[in-house]
Design a protein around this ligand. Sequence first.
Ligand SMILES: NC(=O)c1ccc[n+]([C@@H]2O[C@H](COP(=O)([O-])OP(=O)(O)OC[C@H]3O[C@@H](n4cnc5c(N)ncnc54)[C@H](OP(=O)(O)O)[C@@H]3O)[C@@H](O)[C@H]2O)c1
Length: 294
Amino acid sequence: MLNLVWDIEYKVQLLQISTFKHTTMAVKSKVLVIGGTGYIGKRFVKASLAQGHITYVLHRPEIGFNIDKVQMLIDFKQQGAHLIEGSFSDYQSLVHAVKQVDVVLCAISGTDSNNLLLQLKLIDAIKEAGNIKRFLPSEFGMDPSRMGHALEPGRDAFDKKMLVRKAVEDAGIPFTYVSANCFAGYFVGNLSQLTGSFIPPRDKVCLYGDGSVKEIYVDEEDVATYTIKTVDDSRTRNKTVYLRPPGNIISQKELVCMWEKLIGKELEKSSISPEELLATMKGKILQPNQACVD
Ligand SMILES: NC(=O)c1ccc[n+]([C@@H]2O[C@H](COP(=O)([O-])OP(=O)(O)OC[C@H]3O[C@@H](n4cnc5c(N)ncnc54)[C@H](OP(=O)(O)O)[C@@H]3O)[C@@H](O)[C@H]2O)c1
């Protein structure tokens, strides 16, 4: 009798513990980061590990010739990441990698916009593997569906991101698109000068128009943290998530003013009209921090 009571109590406790675990500790998805050795991708790996996800990083064989990237992979491994060798040119390697996880996050480079279309192979692999609960394609900038007014050559990357979206949706793969607006590292430090340099000017600054248009600057670590937070959030399934912290929405003039206060010096200001800006960009190959909008 005593045994039976104990047995019942024990079973009730077990049931309570498992119910408690079920309601309070949802299992975290396993995440595969592709492009994890890139500018934003390395932050995704870090954030995924920090938020307790079992994290896989796909790396190309070519990376073996780049000592900085090899060191980065070693760091990831020491922090608990699983490294998988694979490549867009080896379809089966993609299928194999995708089968290990629940979520695929792709951060492939958009500088050469043709890279973005390599994701079409990844989409095929995800379809074949059939186990993926969420796919986040390489976006993390302006929402391409709202960039129909962008001009060439920058327009091309938005168009390719839209082709990727269409393939994802046609394949019926659950997705989240993250629109991260302007990465702070690219656009804040240099006071949004599109010169290609990321060092803040100390003498002269060029304002776009009168410098009063508001921009949304987002710190890359925040982009990574909130991107990873979406992967197990049912509210973000098949949705676009916009990262736009209200305190980060400021004009170029306000940004310049903050810098002037920091260095205790007023900069000499010039201004460029939209027409002049577009004329200077004609025929140019754009840098990652340049996009033309009419
Ligand atoms: N909102 C913004 O201000 C902003 C700024 C920059 C970028 N972005 C967006 O963020 C996303 C990622 O850009 P990023 O600058 O972080 O990229 P990135 O650093 O240029 O490259 C990311 C990854 O792409 C991989 N890669 C490049 N070419 C490849 C190829 N042919 N085959 C396989 N892998 C290849 C690289 O792999 P290896 O390491 O093996 O070379 C690297 O890990 C893009 O969609 C971009 O448009 C947004």
